[in-house]
Design a binder for this molecule. Structure first.
Ligand SMILES: Nc1nc2c(c(=O)[nH]1)N[C@H]1C(S)=C(S)[C@@H](COP(=O)(O)O)O[C@H]1N2
Ligand SMILES: [Mo]
Length: 320
């Protein structure tokens, strides 16, 4: 005798399609990202972000890397609408508006200076140079706001190690793209462009120093430094230079934009240090975007175990 077995019910069988999509929309509207993402079958950070769809065409392949903090991730909307990117204006809301048409196609990054042979990378070559990792890092501006972001990239050292630096190579200098035509607001910001930054060789080679090409599962939005930037999580945000076109090994300590502008306020090292105040304000506390109360700032932004030894014997008040 033939026994008819009931086929297993699927979620689609028990939920009429319209109810299903409304339910999904409801979950999205409520910002219950994990539940909505489970339904959508992929991992998303915040479906409430109006910007997310704009980057959704550019999914990156990455693995979860080590070095991540387990602190709560800052909503993507804050990270994309509260920015410092002076090329596009001084107000925190300027970059999200003014960088929208910034052209980042045919991008190249040249690595040069005190090396045996220099080389130019296309973005395609950069993306394939090492496995991409997602790393959740704290990012802390000298203006006392901070964010926790799932950045995507790999250790800058992965690229730098491919070069043979000469004995003179003591520092690494970085330069941002600059085009006054595409960045008309830059003229009224009081900074000199292109924006430049630098790291000592051991800082640049430290595994925490990230060559960053994405965030929240996507390529970088323009206002966050597309298509490639650096993230140095134990230093104030201005060291994390955006939209990089040049990396140069050199003997001398590189000039840096904020130090050029106001040398007694911004030093070369710029390690997050609650014990050393900015001349115009305390650095002891910070405001995590999306949170109500301020929190205490940690030495080296919480990365002291990994990086404090780089500065053994240095007076960190003098070398601020
Ligand atoms: N080219 C360039 N890079 C830059 C800046 C800038 O004005 N121009 N601002 C810096 C500062 S002060 C901070 S706090 C961070 C902000 O990064 P975010 O907007 O992605 O949070 O970018 C840094 N990198
Ligand atoms: Mo900053």
């Amino acid at each position: 005798m033939l026994i008819r077995q009931k086929p297993e019910l699927t979620y689609g069988d028990v939920t009429p399609k319209e109810v299903y999509s409304n339910r999904r929309k409801f979950l999205c509207d409520m910002g219950i990202a994990s539940a909505a993402a489970a339904l959508a079958g992929k991992e998303l950070y915040s479906l409430a972000s109006p910007n997310l769809t704009a980057y959704a065409t550019s999914k990156l392949n990455f693995v979860k890397g080590p070095f991540s903090t387990d602190e709560k991730i800052t909503p993507i909307n804050d990270v994309t609408h509260y920015n410092n990117f002076y090329e596009f204006g001084t107000d925190k809301s300027d970059p999200s508006k003014n960088a929208q048409n910034f052209k980042t196609t045919s991008w190249t990054v040249s690595v040069e200076g005190e090396v045996k042979s220099s080389r130019k990378f296309s973005m395609d070559e950069l993306l394939k140079a090492a496995p991409l990792e997602e790393r959740i890092y704290r990012h802390r501006c000298v203006e006392r706001w901070s964010i926790v972001v799932p950045w995507i990239g790999y250790s800058l050292s992965a690229i730098l190690k491919q070069f043979e630096p000469t004995a003179k190579a003591k520092y690494v200098a970085f330069q941002s793209y600059y085009d006054a035509g595409q960045m008309p607001q830059s003229k009224y910001t009081g900074l000199e462009y292109p924006y430049v930054e630098g790291l000592r060789m051991d800082e640049a080679m430290h595994p925490l120093t990230l060559l960053c090409v994405g965030m929240y599962g996507e390529t970088l939005p323009n206002q966050d430094g597309a298509p490639v930037r650096i993230i140095v999580p134990w230093k104030y945000g201005y060291k994390s230079i955006k939209s990089i076109v040049k990396i140069k090994f050199q003997e001398k300590e590189p000039p840096t934009t904020w130090n050029n502008t106001s040398p007694n306020e911004y030093g070369f090292y710029s390690n997050v240090n609650p014990a050393v105040d900015h001349p115009r304000w305390s650095q002891a506390t910070e405001h995590r975007l999306g949170e109500l109360f301020s929190r205490k700032t940690l030495p080296f932004n919480g990365y002291a175990d990994q990086v404090a030894s780089l500065y053994n014997g240095m007076d960190l008040k003098k070398f601020h």
